[in-house]
Each structure stands twice: as C-alpha cells, then as structure tokens.
Design a protein around this ligand. Structure first.
Ligand SMILES: [Zn+2]
Length: 439
C-alpha cells in the first residue's frame, strides 16, 4: 500500500463565514442592534426571545446590505427569495428553529480573486438570525438573549481551497469588502465575523480526476485568521494520522483548542434533511425586480480589487505594489498617491518610497517632490492628458492600429508626445496613460 505522507494527500477545504451586518434594528423585530457591552438580556422582545405567537418581520436594510455584499462578490441575486425554518434544539435556540434561508437564498454564485491569482468560487450567500449567547459557570449554563435575532450573513464557498494561505486570504478579502461597503464592522474579537472550515483530504489520483471525498470535518467557531491557519494545519495532521492507521476519518464537527493546538470532537454533523427545513409560514416570499437590482448595482463603490487593477493600469506600478497600497495602507494613502501623481510625481518612484519608507506617508507634496528630485518643468497629468488626446486626434491610424493589436503604435504616439513637449515626459508615466485613454 502507498505510504501515507503529506505529499500523497491533498487538502480539500471549503469555508463558511458568518458575519454581523451593521443595522439599527435586529433581523425580525424592532429591538436595537446596538447590543455590544450592554447588560445581559436587556435588549429583547417576544420575537427575539422566541416566544410562541410572536410575529417576525424582516429587516429590509439587512436584506439590502446582504444583496450589496453579494453584488460586490460577483454573485447573482435571486429575484425570488424566501426564509425557511431550520430546526434543531439547543439551549441558545429555545424556540427549536432558526429562521434562515435554504432553497432560495438571496445570492448565488460569485467569485473572489486572491493575491495568489487563484479564483475562489462562492456557492451562496444567505441571511439568517443569530442565536443567543451561552456562558458556562461550573455546572450551570447562563443565557444572554441580546445577540439572539441579530442579522447574520452566511457566505458558503465551494470546496475549492487547496492551501491555508488562499483560505486565509479569502477571509481577509471578505472582511475588507464588508468594511469598504460600510455595511458591518466585522470585528472578530466581538464575534462579528466567525469562520468555519470544512476539511477533508484526498489522494493525488482523486485530485486529478476531480473527485471529492465522502466525508468532511467541520471545524467550527474559529475567531481569528491566525487560528484559522493553525486549526486547518492541526486537522490535516490529525486526518493524516487516521489514514496512517488504515482508517477513514468520520464526518463530524470539531472545535479548535487554542491551548493544546489540536481539534476536538463536538456534536455530530447533521445532514440537511435532519434540520427538517420548511418555508417560514409567517414571512411572505420576497420578490425583487430587475429595476431594483439595477439600482442596487449603482450603489456599489469602486472595490479594492478594481482599485488595485486601476493603479497598475493607469500608473504602471507592479501588482504587488498596488496590493500593499490598497490592502496594507488603505484609501487615505491611495488617495494621496493618486493626487500627487496627478500633480506630476513619478508613480513608480512614489510607490516605492511609500512602501519602503513609512515616514513618507506623512509627507507633503513639496517634500516628496524634493525627495524624488522632480524637475520643475515636468508637465502635470491634466496637461499631459490634454496633449495625449490631441496627439490621438491627429494620429487616428496609429490609435486604430494599436486597438487592432499593433503594440509598436504606442511607441509612435509616445514619440509624438516627446516631440511636442521637448522630451519632458517619461515613458513609464506616459505610456500607461496613453493606453488607458485609448480604451
Ligand atoms: Zn427583539
């Protein structure tokens, strides 16, 4: 028999990410959603306590914010969507079911491009209510219902990840997107974003054939990106050991113990049929028109992945540099970068200075100009833009040739601009600009 080693077995990983939206009210009642650091059980009503006969009314703002997130992640929005009851009993869910979505979630599909270049496929995004919080004190369990009924989004990916770096990057991109859309704080320490990883191993042969395993282990309630990586690696080790004994891992839920660095069993995984889903009878199905969806699309801001691509295209910097500018430094620095480039600074030199010399983040334009030794007569971006447009109008054939794939036409157009300015324009600055203006 083939020896069991890390090399023979490949990771198959899917993610489930739960996150709280920032809304004024809870998901199905009028209670305030500002529950953080409030006295236990002080923000409740018959609906979020789950008392019999209480009528849930969906929070439209939460629905809209979930749809915005879906659009930002490339999902298609279901024009017909509804809520379902997901049945299980647990002390933090005394009404015996959670209002969730099963067959017709708000968003389907979607993709996220990661820094590695890998594109991660999303299965679905749905909206549900959070449950109460339980505290264990000796042999007693205490319950706080403030969190019960908070709007909770669940993002489910396909089992597409084959390494922890991509999986962690995906989670970070989700957090960044939520913050960019300004629809949630997703503070992991407050439990506003929680991660679960579905983990199995398959042989190289199965990977080649595209076959999945017939089991998966769900590692639940991971509350930091660092623990996510550790938990997955620990679970891979454990499953390898099971295979080494000639056995198969069983389908189950496990938790990650931060102290021992190991995963430990929790209650067994229910199949969908065990939840006995059925349509929530108290909430009518939702119908969304094309017009409504088109209006929502207009509300989307320019997203991080778009900004990164634009910085590369317009200013000729490296993709690795645009990732640092957008992901590590944030929009304040990105805006400063663009503002100073438009005033005439060299984009590559400025990006390099921002990345290698942190003190430059506080610098004024004049200080940057002195540091980068920009000659005073260099023309600024607006003037250069006007000039490029003029040169393009005077040379329609070169523009047409470039559009048809003749790369060298750019050099010709650049040569014309050099002639007009007496050589005051640099190619690494002007050529990306010419390309972006031709498109
Ligand atoms: Zn309530």
């Amino acid at each position: 028999m083939e020896k069991v080693t890390r090399d023979n077995y490949k990771l198959v990983l899917g993610l489930e990410i739960h996150l709280h939206l920032r809304t004024k009210r809870k998901m199905f009642c009028r209670c305030s959603a500002d529950i953080w650091e409030k006295e236990a059980n002080s923000i409740t009503c018959p609906v979020c306590l789950g008392l019999p006969g209480a009528l849930p009314v969906p929070n439209e703002d939460a629905v809209k914010k979930t749809q915005l997130l879906g659009l930002a992640l490339g999902c298609s929005l279901n024009q017909n969507s509804k809520f379902d009851r997901k049945h299980y009993f647990y002390p933090d869910l005394p009404k015996g079911y959670q209002i969730s979505q099963y067959k017709e979630p708000l968003c389907l599909g979607g993709q996220v491009e990661l820094d590695s270049g890998f594109i991660a496929d999303i299965e679905r995004i749905h909206l549900e209510e959070d449950v109460a919080k339980s505290f264990h004190e000796g042999d007693r369990t205490l319950l706080d219902f403030n969190k019960s009924g908070m709007p909770l989004v669940e993002i489910v990916t396909k089992p597409v990840f084959s390494n922890t770096v991509d999986a962690v990057d995906f989670c970070k991109k989700i957090q960044q997107t939520v913050r960019f859309l300004d629809i949630g704080d997703v503070d992991m320490e407050k439990g506003q974003m929680r991660l679960e990883a579905n983990i199995s191993l398959r042989t190289q042969e199965m990977e080649k054939k595209g076959e999945l395993c017939n089991y998966k282990v769900e590692v639940k309630n991971i509350n930091s990106f660092r623990f996510m990586e550790k938990a997955v690696l620990a679970e891979i080790d454990r499953q390898l050991q099971v295979f080494e004994k000639g056995e198969m891992p069983i389908q189950e839920n496990r938790g990650y113990n931060e102290t021992t660095g190991k995963t430990v069993p929790q209650r067994t995984k229910e199949d969908a049929k065990d939840y006995r889903y059925f349509p929530e009878p108290d909430i009518p199905p939702m119908v969304f028109s094309n017009g409504y969806i088109n209006e929502l699309k207009k509300e989307l801001p320019e997203l991080p992945h778009m900004i990164k691509k634009r910085l590369v295209q317009n200013y000729g910097i490296k993709i690795s540099e645009s990732i640092v500018l957008v992901d590590n430094f944030g929009m304040e620095i990105v805006n400063k970068f663009e503002e100073f480039i438009k005033k005439g600074l060299d984009s590559k030199k400025m990006a390099s200075a921002l990345i290698n010399k942190k003190e430059t983040h506080l610098w004024t334009f004049d200080k940057f100009k002195d540091y980068l030794q920009v000659p005073d007569e260099l023309i600024d971006e607006n003037a250069l833009r006007d000039l490029i447009i003029k040169v393009m109008e005077n040379n329609p054939k070169a523009v047409e040739d470039y559009k048809n794939g003749k790369e060298s036409s750019i050099q010709f157009l650049f040569g014309q601009i050099m002639r007009e300015t007496g050589g005051k324009v640099k190619p690494d600055y002007a050529i990306p600009l010419i390309k972006s203006l031709i498109q």
